[in-house]
Structure formats: structure tokens, C-alpha cells
Design a protein. Structure first.
Length: 399
């Protein structure tokens, strides 16, 4: 059976990039009749918090893409901090078989070594000082083969080859009971029987290291697919300096979860017919990794607004009562006349006017006289761009 995973680190609020990765994993698994695992990578003890974990879990659940098994189901063993004993067993196996070794080099020695390498125009890498020492403590390094080609077929980018000479004996644990990311993620993927690892292209450099750990432990690596990065309009990596990156921001701004899913699906993937509005069922049916782009995907806020507006228009038309439930938190201070508001929203003169749920109270407030010290004629001209007669007609029809 196909099995994928989404393993966010609880070191910040739920990020747009994490949601897109979770979505692609979810769509791939559902399209193939497989399962998606939701686990938490909390080995970064200093930055991981329960508050961030809750935000991530709640967000993916709200979006409907949390998967089939894992942390959101209350299952045990899907948080790395709960699996330390398992990692220790695998570390000891690598040490016993001579595939890993303890290193006692100090930070000062390593920094001096790197400075000398840079001065000689050499790539900074560990020089193997402790490789053949018989030590019993310190950090643990993987013994990287001296002359080996590491190959994998990236399901998005094709065959990739890295030579072991480009790597050094990298650290896989601070101590026998303090494993690091590369070791833990490999152990988790093996134990949870993950068949496909679908993640951002910023992880490409991690893949050969993790393949070496899989092979050192005698395990078959999963298949890998690396997704294009999400970019700002200037093609720089998406960052909070130029765009909102937290999912909470978009949900609080009045974007519908279904519209966000639709928009994110198109950030790096499309169909041959260039369809733009999808139900979840259509996304599952049509999704395939061979349609994922290699180049970065531009985060186009105008397109998100358009997609969200289309969803709002459709929900108003299809089920105004259900839509009104979503709208209620935004308009509770506008009016208590829900029937009147529903009639106004369904009026053709207002169709397609709203891009976000937060637009609606701003528009309705003028109709219900809640804009203090602002002439109604000016509101009509500048905000609504409709005539007084049109406004009267809307109110009359609504009544």
C-alpha cells in the first residue's frame, strides 16, 4: 500500500508551504488508494512548543488534509520525543557495526579546521580525525563511504546522482540518547512503512544523506519527490517580510478553507486543460506527480482573491444558510436581521462583489447605517460604485 507522511516541526505557526506539502501528500495518497501519516518532529527541544503543535494540528484538521493516522487522532508514537528509545537502539546498531562512530572534536577545533579549508579554497568538511579512534562518548557521526555514487529517481525532477566525496561524516546524534533529524526521520519513515517521501525542494540536499542511513541500517529507501518552492512575486523565497505565511492569517482574513486548498493545489501543479476551480474530489481524481512543475510557484494574492470570490459566490447560491453560519462571526455587530442580510447577499447587484468574508461586513455596514460620520452618497460612489436608485432597489427587494 502507498503510504506518505507529513512531519512538520512545531517551531512556528502553520506555514503556507507546510499546507501545500501536506495537500500534495494527501492528494497523492487518496488518488492511489493509500494512507497519509501525520507525525510531529520535535527534536528541536529549544524551539518546539505545544502551542505551535496545536496550531499546526488544528489547522490541517480544519483544512481537511490531516490524513488517516497520527498525532491528530490521539495516537501514541507519532511524536519524535516519544521515540527516543527506538532511535537509541538504531544508533547503537550503527556503532556496533562500525557504520557510525563517536567524535570528541570540540567546536573550536572544528571551526579552526573549516577556516583553514576555506583559506585553501577547499569545501569545509569534517577531516575524519576521530574516524578510527575507540571512543565511547561524544557526538555520533555516520561513516560515509569514500567512493560511492548515491542515486535516486526524483519523481518530479528525474534521476539525481550525488557522489559521496561531496559529503563528509555528518553528525546524526549529539549523544546516544539525543538523536538528530537525519537519523530520526529515516527511522520514522522505515518504522511507519512510508513508501513515498513528498517534500519541498529545499530537502534535496538531505536526501543522499538519508539514503546512506537507510542503507547503513539495511533498509530500502522510499521513493522521493521534491516539490517546487513557493515564491514571492519577485521570485524570492516566500517570506513573512513580503507576504503573510501563516495559515491563521488567511483564515482570519476571511478566506474559505476550500478556496485555500484550491489555490494551493495550483501552486506548482495543473491539469492539461488548465482547469482552475476544483472540488476536493476532482483534485483527488486528477492529481499526479508527473504534472508537478520543476520551477518555483509564484504566490499570486490576486488569484487567491479571485478563487475565494468564486467560492463565496457559489456558496451563497448553493446554500445561503450554510454560508451564513460561516459569515456570522464577521457580521455579529452589523445587524440581527439574518433574513434581510441573506436576501441582500443573494441580490444580483451584489453577486461577485465579495473576495473575502471580511469584505462583507464592510459593505453591509453602509446599508445598515453603521459607518459614523461618513456621507452615504460618498460611500455609494466610492465604495459600492452603484447609484442611489440601485441601492434603494436592493433594500426594497430585500425587505
Amino acid at each position: 500500500m502507498i503510504k506518505v507522511r507529513i512531519p512538520p516541526s512545531p517551531t512556528g505557526l502553520l506555514h503556507i508551504g507546510t499546507v501545500r506539502t501536506a495537500l500534495y501528500n494527501y492528494l497523492f495518497a487518496k488518488n492511489k488508494g493509500g494512507k497519509m501519516i501525520f507525525r510531529i518532529e520535535d527534536t528541536d527541544k529549544e524551539r518546539s512548543t505545544k502551542e505551535f503543535e496545536k496550531d499546526i494540528v488544528d489547522g490541517l484538521v480544519k483544512l481537511g488534509i490531516a490524513g488517516d493516522e497520527g498525532i491528530h487522532k490521539g495516537n501514541k508514537g507519532f511524536r519524535q520525543s516519544e521515540r527516543t528509545g527506538i532511535y537509541q537502539k538504531y544508533l547503537q546498531q550503527l556503532l556496533d557495526e562500525g557504520k557510525a562512530y563517536y567524535c570528541e572534536c570540540t567546536k573550536e577545533r572544528l571551526e579552526d579546521m573549516r577556516n583553514k579549508q576555506r583559506a585553501n579554497k577547499l569545501p569545509p568538511r569534517y577531516d575524519g580525525t576521530c574516524r578510527n579512534k575507540k571512543l565511547t562518548s561524544g557526538v555520533i557521526r555516520l561513516r560515509v563511504p569514500d567512493d560511492k555514487e548515491i542515486k535516486f529517481n526524483d519523481l518530479v525532477r528525474g534521476e539525481t546522482v550525488i557522489h559521496s566525496k561531496e559529503l563528509d561524516d555528518f553528525v546524526i546524534a549529539r549523544a546516544i540518547d539525543d538523536p538528530l533529524y537525519h537519523l530520526t526521520v529515516v527511522a520514522d519513515d522505515h518504522d511507519m512503512e512510508i513508501t513515498h517521501v513528498i517534500r519541498g525542494e529545499d530537502h534535496i540536499s538531505n536526501t543522499p544523506k538519508q539514503i546512506l542511513i537507510f542503507e547503513a541500517l539495511g533498509w530500502k529507501p522510499p521513493e522521493f519527490a521534491h516539490l517546487p518552492l513557493i515564491l514571492n512575486e519577485d521570485k524570492s523565497k516566500l517570506s513573512k517580510r513580503k507576504n503573510k505565511v501563516s495559515m491563521d492569517d488567511y483564515l482570519n482574513d476571511g478566506y474559505l478553507p476550500e478556496a485555500i486548498i484550491n489555490f494551493l493545489a495550483l501552486l506548482g501543479w495543473n491539469t492539461p486543460d488548465e482547469q482552475e476551480i476544483f472540488s476536493m474530489e476532482e483534485l483527488i481524481e486528477k492529481f499526479s506527480l508527473d504534472r508537478v512543475h520543476k520551477g518555483g510557484a509564484i504566490f499570486d494574492l490576486k488569484k487567491l482573491d479571485w478563487i475565494n470570490g468564486e467560492y463565496i459566490k457559489k456558496e451563497i447560491t448553493d446554500d445561503i444558510d450554510k454560508f451564513f453560519e460561516k459569515l456570522t462571526p464577521y457580521i455579529k455587530d452589523i445587524s440581527t436581521d439574518s433574513d434581510l442580510i441573506k436576501k441582500i447577499l443573494k441580490d444580483p447587484d451584489f453577486e461577485g462583489r465579495f473576495k473575502k468574508l471580511t469584505d462583507i461586513p464592510n459593505e453591509l455596514s453602509a446599508l445598515f447605517g453603521k459607518v459614523a460620520d461618513y456621507p452615504l452618497d460618498l460611500i455609494i460612489k466610492e465604495k459600492f460604485q452603484i447609484t442611489s436608485d440601485m441601492l434603494k432597489q436592493v433594500l426594497e427587494k430585500a425587505k
